[in-house]
Design a protein around this ligand. Structure first.
Ligand code: AHR
Length: 326
């Protein structure tokens, strides 16, 4: 009898708790009112570019605004560090994981473990190659092929379809490095007198972009280079330093096109040293946590949400810079 009455008390307490909207299994996005606040793990690639820092800040500030407990891990460009962080998030029992994957391949085993733990994964900025796309809930990213195509078409117009291009590639195996190369090649292939005569990774950093460009300019083909296509602004800004050090005028003797649209790129366009940049929006925090909110409630999400990008060149850079947010 005593057992029965204490069981009744427990049921009554649980029901009372539910009435007050207290914690339950299907939590809403942290701080939105109807459920417990969420704990979300965010595995970030690193801090190789100001673009990356802007993305980190966007995710951190959006988490804070929504009262989400964000567990942040910086992988310093290493996939193995990301995999370790993901396993730690699982052992911590996070409600969801936001992942910006450094490279495209090698994620299946860890994503399977996460799926078994019933934790939704939101991919931001870069995609992954997996046979089973149920291993992640959604991907929020730019169309990198379109970005490369836009850069290539702009360069073709600027050079009347004649250019000897030095390409600074992103991190080997990274989604944007692969796709931006593809889109650019697709665009310049329509112009028989446009060729990529040098191509090497600069790992998306300014320092490596400079180093690689210096080597390109000193190589036997160096004197022929009259255009640079960099997979991000950081590498373009490094290349600009190398071009100047070689006694040439970036933006004039060597046309420089790149991708990202960070504030420093707009400054370089105003100075006439960078010719154009294709925006790749890093402010993914709001969309990422909207997706988290839906995923934890088991709501359907589109497999991919494409972030719209736009090309900017020197003609309006001094006005555009005033409204740049990163
Ligand atoms: O994945 C997006 C790319 O990664 C950005 O273009 C670059 O700046 C960053 O490091």
């Amino acid at each position: 009898m005593r057992l029965l009455s204490s069981m009744f008390c427990c049921v009554a307490l649980i029901l009372a708790g539910c009435d007050k909207g207290e914690p339950n299994a299907t939590a809403s996005a942290g701080g939105s009112g109807s459920g417990k606040s969420l704990t979300v793990g965010f595995s970030q690639i690193g801090a190789e570019s100001s673009w990356r820092t802007a993305e980190t800040n966007s995710i951190r500030s959006e988490a804070e605004a929504r009262g989400i407990d964000l567990k942040f891990s910086d992988a310093q460009q290493k996939q193995e560090n990301q995999i370790k962080a993901l396993r730690t998030f699982v052992s911590q029992g996070v409600d969801a994981i936001v992942l910006a994957p450094v490279v495209k391949t090698g994620w299946e085993p860890v994503l399977r473990e996460i799926k078994q733990a019933k934790i939704p994964v939101i991919l931001v900025d870069r995609g992954v190659d997996v046979a089973d796309d149920s291993l992640y809930a959604t991907l929020i990213a730019s169309d990198f092929v379109a970005e490369g195509r836009m850069a290539g078409e702009w360069l073709a117009t600027k050079t009347n379809g004649k250019a000897n291009v030095a390409q600074l590639e992103g991190t080997p195996g990274a989604d944007p490095a692969i796709e931006r190369a593809k889109g650019f090649l697709e665009a310049i292939s329509k112009h028989p007198e446009m060729k990529i005569i040098k191509s090497q990774t600069g790992d998306f950093t300014r320092a490596k972009g400079k180093e690689v460009m210096e080597a390109f300019l000193k190589s036997p083909e160096g004197a022929e280079i009259n255009a640079v296509y960099a997979h991000n602004d950081e590498m373009a800004l490094g290349a600009i330093q190398a071009i100047e050090a070689a006694g040439k005028k970036p933006g004039v003797d060597v046309i420089v096109v790149s991708i990202d649209g960070v504030r420093d790129a707009f400054r370089a366009m105003i100075d006439g040293k960078l010719n154009c940049t294709v925006e790749c929006n890093p402010l993914l925090g709001p969309a990422a946590f909207d997706a988290v909110a839906k995923a934890v409630k088991g709501e359907a999400l589109p497999k991919k949400t494409i972030v719209q990008d736009k090309l900017y060149d020197q003609t309006t850079a001094n006005v555009d810079i005033m409204t740049r947010k990163y």
